[in-house]
Write a protein that binds this ligand. Structure first.
Ligand SMILES: Nc1ncnc2c1ncn2[C@@H]1O[C@H](COP(=O)(O)OP(=O)(O)OP(=O)(O)O)[C@@H](O)[C@H]1O
Ligand SMILES: [Mg+2]
Length: 240
């Protein structure tokens, strides 16, 4: 049976909507945090960018509302909670009609419902965040097996890695290497400034007065954005 890709229908014509889905089976793997940072990075890169929140928790949605109320500007945040793939397709069509060029979809941390699976199937690339922990490593194979079955391009990113010891990060990267899984070479490290900036509807990209150590987070998120941008075949847009 052919694999149904709703993006294939959506990208016909001149306009292009690239879709990146943040998904994994494990809750708390930093999907929402990455989604917000990647979307702001794309916006700063000159792309018309949006987020689609498909999680009932509404973390991205709330962040977007705070952002809007404080006048911080795009990315706009849409939401679609329906498990019906046709509804998702209609929402993606409406977002594309608004001229959005790259969309980041935030998903609930579960394989128990169709939402994350539909959003993964719709994507040009799925970014699978994992914390460098034994539990995250254990949770990875079923979701990866699903992505492979659906032939959805994906890569794993190690995120929220503790900074006081390199061992968990080394072990996670060794696991990804040994399992022959595609992964982002840059690791996102744990920094208290990250949740702090998110409360105000921002990201680390938009905060002034960062310490030298905190500025490394900016570089890390930018590296992951650059990886994703290349994966969905978009050019670097901002002329510096
Ligand atoms: N690099 C980081 N450094 C410090 N804290 C982080 C980092 N990344 C994420 N966090 C924090 O970890 C918590 C979980 O992150 P997040 O909400 O992004 O995960 P999630 O995968 O979206 O979770 P859920 O499955 O519940 O949707 C949040 O409080 C977030 O602020
Ligand atoms: Mg989340």
């Amino acid at each position: 049976m052919p694999i149904y890709r709703c993006t294939d229908e959506l990208i016909s014509g001149d306009a292009v909507l690239k879709i990146v889905t943040l998904a994994t089976q494990k809750g708390g793997a930093t999907k929402t945090t990455l989604c917000r940072h990647l979307a702001v990075a794309a916006q700063l890169d000159g792309y018309q960018t949006a987020i689609l929140d498909t999680d009932q928790q509404g973390g991205s949605r709330d962040w977007g509302a705070t952002r809007l109320s404080r006048g911080y500007g795009p990315p706009e945040v849409h939401h679609e909670l329906s498990p019906n793939e046709d509804h998702l397709r209609a929402t993606l069509g409406a977002i594309k009609a608004k001229g959005i060029e790259i969309l980041f979809i935030d998903t609930p941390g579960s394989l128990n419902g169709p939402i994350a699976l539909n959003a993964s199937r719709a994507a040009h690339h799925v970014l699978v965040p994992m914390r460098p922990t034994a539990d995250d490593i254990k949770a990875l194979p079923p979701f990866i097996a699903h992505l492979r079955r659906e032939r959805v391009p994906f890569s794993v990113v190690v995120s929220a890695s503790v900074t006081n010891t390199p061992r968990p990060k080394t072990e996670a990267l060794a696991y990804l290497e040994a399992s022959n899984l595609p992964y982002v070479s840059t690791v996102i490290h744990q920094k208290s400034v990250i949740p702090e900036t998110l409360i105000s509807g921002q990201t680390v990209f938009e905060i002034s007065g960062l310490t030298e150590a905190e500025r490394k987070s900016v570089d890390e998120f930018r590296d992951v954005y650059e990886w994703v941008r290349t994966k969905v075949a978009l050019a670097h847009k901002v002329v510096t």
